[in-house]
Design a protein around this ligand. Structure first.
Ligand code: SF4
Ligand code: SF4
Length: 385
């Protein structure tokens, strides 16, 4: 043993964390997350889970299953930017899409992960023999539940962790330890009567305060690799990956733009790219340009699909030639179907001439179905486009 008291160890850890760019560090116990488990059970029963999560709810809520003799959990937060300092260059007649703020700059799995590695090495140096287990986003534990109980912030009606001082543009991560550290207190809910996030959500994905139907959430929808359900095609706006709306409207984020971590600063040309060139990118070009963003983790396809939906959203007639070429050349039927839908959304009845041409060569039922539905629906007041 090192002879240091748990209080002293915690003080040293907090002081060290500041030197390696960790903006908040709090501690909670390794007790099971009972309330979170109840929430997760309900989420599964109602079909609100996205499917990207660890399916074993015990692993997600019982730290003792992840580290033998777990005693404490350190929760950390790193604040990230919310504004583009410089607008990307304007190109006449061309529209741009947008990656969500959480995917700007260096992939947060790396930004948070590298800090947790340094923190682990430091803790090992002052607590010889300590065992730890760190995770960020893709680990079993629910980052938000750990951060909430440790007092990084309260859990808002928009399901984000909100620090009264720092807002919610925060990357979260945690480390389980088999050493006791004095826990911090959770902080009080600060939403009160506000419901701005719930009314601003474009897809009504916040079904109750603090309850998200992930399958309706644009953050999830933009990551799907399949044909976008019709109901949501015109809801994505210019979003290529993720959605910030329920955080943008939150009063706790007013005037919050954390720019002190160099590696997290965005490049406007990358996070707000021109839409049309996205449709002709090779896999290699996609990786070179966007590979360092967390928003690239699902690959090129969902970003391209969302770019097509964005062109439709902007009703951009100059995009028609690129969409037609895309339909002629792309082998993926769901992507061709998306482009066919977009042409109808942009041109309305005038799409008919192009549709007749497409029908002469197109073999895919999925694509032809889009044309049939367009003809049935065009002019109907309740049409989805
Ligand atoms: Fe709604 Fe967007 Fe927030 Fe999801 S991220 S709950 S779609 S506002
Ligand atoms: Fe809470 Fe209002 Fe922020 Fe929503 S917008 S999380 S209700 S404070």
């Amino acid at each position: 043993m090192n002879g240091l008291s748990p209080e002293t160890i915690k003080q040293k850890i907090v002081a060290y964390a500041e030197t390696i760019g960790i903006d908040e560090l709090k501690v909670t116990t390794a007790d099971p997350f009972i309330v979170m488990k109840e929430r997760l059970v309900k989420q599964q029963e109602k079909g609100f889970a996205s499917g990207f999560e660890e399916p074993d709810l015990d692993k997600r809520t019982k730290p003792e299953l992840l580290l033998e003799d777990a005693q404490s959990i350190i929760a950390i937060a790193i604040a990230y930017p919310s504004k583009l300092k410089e607008a990307p260059r304007s190109v006449s007649g061309s529209r741009r899409g947008l990656f969500a703020r959480a995917s700007w700059g260096l992939d947060y799995h790396r930004a948070v992960g590298s800090r947790l590695e340094k923190l682990q090495a430091y803790i090992e140096s002052i607590v010889p023999g300590v065992r730890t287990r760190s995770m960020v986003d893709t680990g079993e534990l629910v980052d938000r539940a750990v951060a909430e109980r440790a007092g990084i912030g309260f859990s808002g009606k928009n399901c984000s962790i909100i620090s009264p001082e720092k807002g919610s543009y925060l990357y979260l991560g945690e480390m389980i330890l088999d050493t006791y550290l004095p826990p911090d207190e959770a902080i009080e809910d600060g939403c009160g009567d506000c419901d701005k996030c719930m009314t601003a959500c474009p897809t009504s994905a916040l079904v109750e305060p603090g309850v998200l139907d992930a399958k309706r959430c644009i953050a999830y929808l933009t990551q799907m690799k399949t044909l976008m359900p019709r109901e949501f095609r015109s809801k994505l706006g210019g979003r290529l990956y993720g959605c910030d709306t329920c955080q943008q409207v939150c009063p706790y984020n007013r005037k919050k733009d954390w720019r002190h971590h160099e590696e997290l600063l965005p490049e406007a040309e990358i996070v707000k790219p021109l839409l049309e060139p996205l449709l002709t990118l090779s896999n290699r070009e996609f990786k070179t340009k966007f590979g360092h963003l967390s928003g690239a983790w699902r690959g090129k396809k969902p970003i391209q699909r969302n770019a097509i939906l964005a062109l439709a959203h902007y009703r951009e007639p100059s995009a028609i030639p690129v969409l037609r070429t895309f339909i002629q050349e792309d082998a993926r039927e769901d992507m061709r179907a998306t482009a066919v839908w977009a042409i109808g959304a942009i041109l309305g009845e005038e799409a008919e001439t192009i549709y007749e041409e497409i029908e002469q060569t197109e073999q895919s039922e999925m694509v032809l179905e889009e044309i049939r539905i367009f003809r049935e629906e065009w002019g109907r007041e309740d049409r989805v486009v």
